[in-house]
Design a protein around this ligand. Structure first.
Ligand code: PLP
Length: 384
């Protein structure tokens, strides 16, 4: 089976697995315990904090460990809503966990920042809105999970700094694929281990000074996030992240973009009705987000046919793929619902090879063949 669903979850990397197993043995105690075993576990996550801060470019005490990005989004919006009466300004392509957290904590105080048809946030509108004052927080992600399209987060940061408005950057899809350095200058940064080869259920949040806890009930993380820290998860995340950073060289990235683009070129040449999304702007090297030719109930049927042909691919965001609603991201880019119903996302990992992309091409051809056959009686469109 070819795995092209790394934007949903990337399998645990061997370096993370080794770090996780080693931590189970070496740091078995509670980091808050007063004995030397506890102190040893506490020192291990303190060292990890220093290393994470180094990768982000911020101070170690700015980093807190979380269970992942959904918790981080809730924590940062809960904090921001309690410290200002102004609205939260969100790009129209944010992940559902960011949108839903903002709507909950800023009830009635959420404004949406449009994107251009290219998928890139409209900086002129952001600048104009910020100049009118009163904004509590800006949230613009670093890279989109469905399309891979990268946002100009450095420019967003500049505009926010100029107006002294806090900036929250969902860097979940960026971290581990592109260098993280510089992200630490944002007020809030969210990352999630299972997107880059760490263990699921672990993440981090970079916070500003004076951050108030979302989870309460213990003094952990300097009183900013209650709950016993997941020591093996944190050390595994860090091992995977450092490994990815070491490999994210311009040459390695360019090579992977070429493999992806060769696949897209071949698809466009032979599949009428095929379109690629996000080709005109910077996007993640691993993501090929495409509109497929359209049988009825298109996305579900393509995913099922691809599965039958030996490929794990996705309809987009893992969190919304079960619901089969039109993608908010694609609607925000001006696509209509019938187009959004044709969207399939192929997302590669660092270990995906050129041969895998070539094999994917063969599998898509095979899946197209399955979709041209009349459905057999009793055959369901989707196995799951
Ligand atoms: N933000 C983005 C861009 C994502 O892709 C995801 C996961 O799909 C999340 C946030 C949520 O991350 P987690 O699974 O850690 O809650």
């Amino acid at each position: 089976m070819l795995y092209f669903d790394h934007n949903a979850t990337s399998p645990v990397h061997p370096v993370a697995r080794a770090a996780w197993l080693e931590a189970l043995d070496r740091f078995a105690a509670n980091p808050s315990s007063p004995h030397r075993w506890g102190a040893r576990a506490d020192a291990a996550i303190a060292d990890a904090r220093v290393a994470a801060a180094h990768l982000l470019g911020c101070a170690p005490l700015d980093v807190i460990w979380t269970s992942g990005a959904t918790e981080a989004a809730n924590a940062l919006f809960a904090h921001a809503a309690s410290t200002s009466t102004g609205p939260a300004l969100l790009s129209a392509v944010e992940h559902p966990c960011v949108r839903a957290s903002a709507q909950h904590w800023f009830r009635g105080r959420v404004e949406v920042l449009p994107v251009h048809p290219s998928g890139v946030v409209n900086l002129d509108l952001l600048s104009h809105r910020l100049s009118h004052g009163d904004v509590a927080l800006v949230a613009v992600m670093a890279a989109n999970n469905e399309t891979g399209i990268c946002q100009p987060w450095q420019a967003v940061l500049e505009l926010c700094r100029h107006q002294r408005v806090p900036y929250a950057c969902d860097a979940v899809q960026w971290v581990g694929k592109l260098p993280a350095n510089g992200l630490g200058a944002c007020d809030f940064v969210m990352g999630s281990a299972h997107k880059f080869g760490g263990a699921p259920g672990t993440g981090f949040l970079k916070v500003p000074r004076g951050f108030k806890p979302f989870l309460r009930g213990g003094p952990q993380e300097d009183g900013r996030r209650a709950g016993t820290e997941n020591v093996p998860g944190i050390l595994a995340m860090l091992a995977a992240w450092q490994h990815r950073e070491a490999n994210a060289t311009p040459g390695a990235i360019r090579q992977r973009e070429d493999w992806r683009d060769a696949f897209l070129g071949a698809m466009a040449a032979e599949l009428s009705g095929f379109e690629s999304i996000g080709g005109s702007v910077p996007r993640l090297w691993n993501t090929a987000s495409v509109l497929m030719p359209s049988p009825a109930d298109c996305r579900r049927r393509w995913v099922a046919a691809l599965d039958r042909a030996g490929v794990a691919a996705s309809t987009g965001s893992a969190c919304s793929s079960g619901q089969e609603k039109p993608s908010e991201t694609l609607l925000a880019m001006g696509l209509d619902p019938s187009q959004t119903d044709r969207m399939i996302r192929f997302s590669a990992g660092w270990e995906t090879t050129e041969a895998d992309w070539l094999e994917l091409l063969g599998c898509v051809r095979k899946a197209a063949g399955f979709l041209q056959q009349p459905a057999r009686v009793g055959e369901s469109a989707l196995k799951e």
